[in-house]
Design a protein around this ligand. Structure first.
Ligand SMILES: *[C@@H]1O[C@H](CO)[C@@H](O)[C@H](O)[C@H]1NC(C)=O
Ligand SMILES: *[C@@H]1O[C@H](CO)[C@@H](O)[C@H](O)[C@H]1NC(C)=O
Ligand SMILES: *[C@@H]1O[C@H](CO)[C@@H](O)[C@H](O)[C@H]1NC(C)=O
Ligand SMILES: *[C@@H]1O[C@H](CO)[C@@H](O)[C@H](O)[C@H]1NC(C)=O
Length: 519
């Protein structure tokens, strides 16, 4: 169990539910009021956390730290797993007394004033959405023909189960759960506001990628042009002024798949592949954070794929980095992935052929049929043993392994610009790629017979060491630290923090741009 989290087993819930209770916090806890045990909402909360008396009934639908008035960092969620047992994760058990002492009024005033300045220009409002746009989708985690089901990967707020019982920082993370991870993390964001008119950005907690499964693999495959219409209808009918204030230009959401999965032309129905969410004019003004973006639309920005590494304090981050720094790298290069087995010429095929003939310098971890997907141990050890990690494009240009390799201090070798350089600009500056990566155009390898190992062997050892240091420097900002991390850990920017900063900057540019046009 993560520190500060208690568990309790109850027996009679029937649905997998990720409860993110963020509603009502202002309404029920007017400023200056200490949570009151006689006030029903707050009393509920206090009882809940202090005594862990929980019944799996309606009271779940909003029993949470949401009614906490004074500290936006204390919102938390719950996870329930069904089957006969239900697992419930709760945040720290606050007692009524500790609530009182933490939130004495004078402290709070000071904190609020400081927060006001720190938060200038970066307030975020979380749009309240009906549960059909997030929680309910998780309840159908076993309905789709993909890796049996994704129910296990919902746990730990989307980080997935730990790799083994005594692991602190390693999880079986599915990158498509970034929508949950992001949602959980934004609840800790220090500059949340309940007032949309004060917000610099509006976050839509819609699990777009998970909702797309019914179009990609499910019963709605022939209605792909409808993905998003329900959400749009809701935004235009429920509190429509929140949208219309800036015509949606200040809205953003996470879509934890490649844009390709959401960008079928509207007229292609049934589609070749994917939904048309990003093609809907209704969403043209919204910033979409994806795992892979197309080259042109300004609305799209790729975020690093979540890896399996989610440290919760600086000591764990540092000790891992130290391990990666000291690792004995006996192989020049490695490739973890599938494909390239058929004889048609492509970069993966060339890599396999070269490695088959050079086992002394190259290691291949065969990840065909998705065997590596939730099993980081399979590839992390080989990545620690190699100086360079080959990151060829596959079905799409980007891959999660790019970030796994970086975590291992393994220098990435890219074969096309779309694999990273033109994608992850917020997290890895485009003009610094030479310092932490190698580029070999795939045509050189496939068509002209350039041998990757020869190129890499030509790089002087001192240069390799320097590059490795630069790779390790990137680790904090391209990984997602665990929610509820230590204070020290929160002071280093991680992939989430960088993403939020980038989003707010992008939205500000959009809004300023429009003002310019009006003037
Ligand atoms: C790990 O934890 C699970 C569930 O708590 C338990 O069933 C299992 O025996 C544990 N394994 C080890 C090696 O301790
Ligand atoms: C979708 O359309 C195709 C061709 O029009 C049809 O063969 C298929 O059965 C349809 N699928 C569903 C789930 O309706
Ligand atoms: C997008 O913004 C433009 C103006 O910038 C506006 O005319 C248009 O109606 C907006 N689209 C939607 C769906 O709100
Ligand atoms: C395999 O290695 C041998 C000796 O180094 C070399 O002559 C041969 O061309 C290589 N074959 C391929 C397919 O790379």
């Amino acid at each position: 169990m993560p520190e500060g989290v208690s568990t309790k087993t109850i027996s009679k819930a029937t649905i997998s539910l990720y409860h993110l209770c963020i509603e009502n916090r202002q309404e029920h806890s007017p400023e200056g009021e200490i949570p009151d045990q006689n006030n029903s909402k707050n009393a509920h909360f206090v009882t809940y956390h202090a005594q862990m008396r929980i019944t799996p009934t309606d009271s779940l639908s909003c029993a949470s730290s949401s009614s906490f008035p004074l500290n936006s960092q204390n919102h938390d969620g719950l996870i329930f797993h069904h089957h006969h047992q239900t697992l419930l994760l709760l945040p720290i058990a606050y007692t009524p007394n500790s609530i009182r002492s933490i939130f004495s009024i004078s402290n709070r005033r000071r904190r609020r004033r400081r927060r006001g300045e720190e938060c200038d220009g970066r307030w975020i409002h979380i749009r309240k959405l009906p549960s059909r746009f997030n929680l309910d989708l998780l309840g159908r985690c076993s309905d789709y023909p993909i890796y049996k089901n994704f129910c296990p990967y919902i746990s730990n707020h989307g980080l997935g189960p730990k790799t083994h019982n005594r692991s602190h920082s390693w999880y079986r993370t599915d990158p498509h759960m970034l929508e949950l991870i992001f949602h959980r993390r934004i609840l800790e964001y220090p500059c949340l506001t309940a007032d949309p008119t004060r917000a610099d950005a509006i976050y839509l907690p819609y699990y777009a990628g998970i909702d797309s499964l019914r179009f990609l693999y499910g019963p709605d495959v022939n209605s792909s042009a409808e993905h998003g219409l329900d959400l749009h209808h809701f935004l235009r009918s429920d509190a429509p002024q929140i949208w219309s204030r800036n015509n949606g230009h200040d809205h953003f959401l996470v879509m934890a798949r490649a844009s390709w999965d959401f960008s079928q032309p509207l007229s292609w129905d049934p589609p070749v592949w994917g939904t048309s969410f990003l093609e809907l004019p209704e969403f043209y003004n919204v910033t979409a954070l994806t795992l892979e973006s197309r080259a042109w639309p300004w609305q799209e920005q790729a975020l690093p794929y979540p890896t399996s590494f989610h440290p919760a304090n600086l000591a764990r981050l540092q000790s891992w980095l130290e391990r990666a720094r000291r690792a004995r790298r006996t192989k020049l290069m490695m490739f973890a992935g599938g494909g390239g087995v058929s004889s048609s010429p492509n970069i993966r095929h060339s890599i396999r052929t070269e490695c088959a003939n050079a086992t002394g310098v190259c290691e291949v971890v065969d990840c065909s049929k998705g065997v590596c997907e939730h099993d980081p141990i399979r590839y992390m050890r080989p990545m620690l043993r190699a100086s360079f990690c080959l990151q060829p494009p596959g079905d799409t240009p980007t891959r999660r392994a790019t970030f796994d390799g970086i975590v291992a201090g393994c220098i990435p070798v890219f074969f096309e610009e779309m694999s990273a350089k033109s994608q992850f600009g917020w997290h890895m500056a485009e003009d610094e790629y030479k310092e932490f990566s190698v580029f070999i155009a795939k045509e050189e390898v496939v068509m002209k017979g350039v041998r990757i190992s020869e190129v890499l062997m030509g790089i002087p050892a001192a240069e390799v060491r320097r590059m490795r240091e630069r790779v390790l420097d990137l680790v904090p900002r391209v990984t997602y630290r665990r929610h509820d991390s230590s204070v020290g850990m929160r002071s280093t920017k991680d992939a989430f923090d960088v993403a939020v900063e980038g989003t707010i900057r992008r939205i500000k540019e959009r809004l300023d741009g429009h003002l310019q046009q009006l003037i």
